[in-house]
Design a protein around this ligand. Sequence first.
Ligand code: DCP
Ligand code: MG
Length: 387
Amino acid sequence: QQGDPVEAPAFLAASYACQRNTPQPGHNTLLTAALSVLAESAELNGDEGRGLAFRRSEGLLRSLDRRVQGPAELRGLPCLGDHSQRVIQDLLENGVSSEVEETKSSPRYRAMKLLTGIFGVGVKTAKRWFTEGICSLAQLETSGHSLNAAQQAGIKYYTDLNQPVSREEADAVSVMVEGVVHSVLPGARVTLAGGFRRGKMSGHDVDFLITHPDEGKEEGLIHKIIACLESRGLLLYQQTTRNTYRESAKGAGRPSSSMDRFDRCFSIFKLTNDSSPEDTRRAQQQDPERVRVEADQTGSGGRPWRAVRVDLVVSPISQFAFALLGWTGSKLFEREMRRWAVRERSMSLSSHALYDRNQERYLRASSEEEIFAHLGLEYVSPTGRNA
Ligand code: DCP
Ligand code: MG
């Protein structure tokens, strides 16, 4: 059964995800979930190009303002390659795609998902282990491989870290982080970034961006935050990396060097209901019932706490708008914005700065709106960046 061919509204025809408004979860979750599996499978194979092609198709379908009922409705839409179209057609006609089902049940995909699900294990390491025949945590443990500190924590808290973080838990972590940050540097600002800023109801971690309105006051802040979190017993693991970002005459922040260089802490929090009397009081002022319920239900193995992945990033106020844009995501939205900048405007966008290659100068911005304006893009609010 095919739907009527419809003329795609202009905004839907936009080929860059950063030109579109993409709410969460969208009207085509059957299709986007399937394409996401194929994208992930390609990424787990180290095939970035193929992964990106599926991600772009997924992003396009996510942005549609109605449910697609027949292939004719897709006519004229960008980003949909032949392969994606075949999969979509299969799904529309049969409700299921054999390729997606085979992928999901393939030993390789399952093992790679399981192994990269360990905090601290990337695609390269997982691939090496899989080639050696390692397909489970038990096999990894008996393999004799020595694991680094992050991976050891990843194994120890595997169940917790693979259980999605809820919005309520993210809010509880926010209260903890704000309490600590304000106690070590009054006036500092804490902003929830990542998927939760985009309005997602769950995520794999909680991302925070921290700054201070007086440039320079944020220097050394990450270490004070970590020390305070540790003294309160709130950290199960942390690894801090130092800021090395400097602007260069040639324009730093090129897409090729887009790895962020902020002071950053990858951590695992111990989320309890009694992290500190002050924090608990504040949390309970917001919703006393919620805090109690969480205390009873969280954590695996019946303990009254659970492990939660938290990323803390400290940015100088002069780079804050770029950092916020970069750390809000989604990953595809960010990627597409950088691609738009280079291809359509001859500019380099990073989480630190925007460099105009024609004018050979940095363009300043104190808000995300200004960055979109510099790039000649219509502003997309965080909740519309779920490409
Ligand atoms: N990011 C980045 N550079 C990195 C890591 C992340 O610019 N080295 C950005 C892009 C992401 C955002 O930060 O959109 C948050 O990263 P996450 O991996 O936490 O992604 P999300 O928060 O979007 O997803 P999830 O809900 O799974 O946490
Ligand atoms: Mg996140």
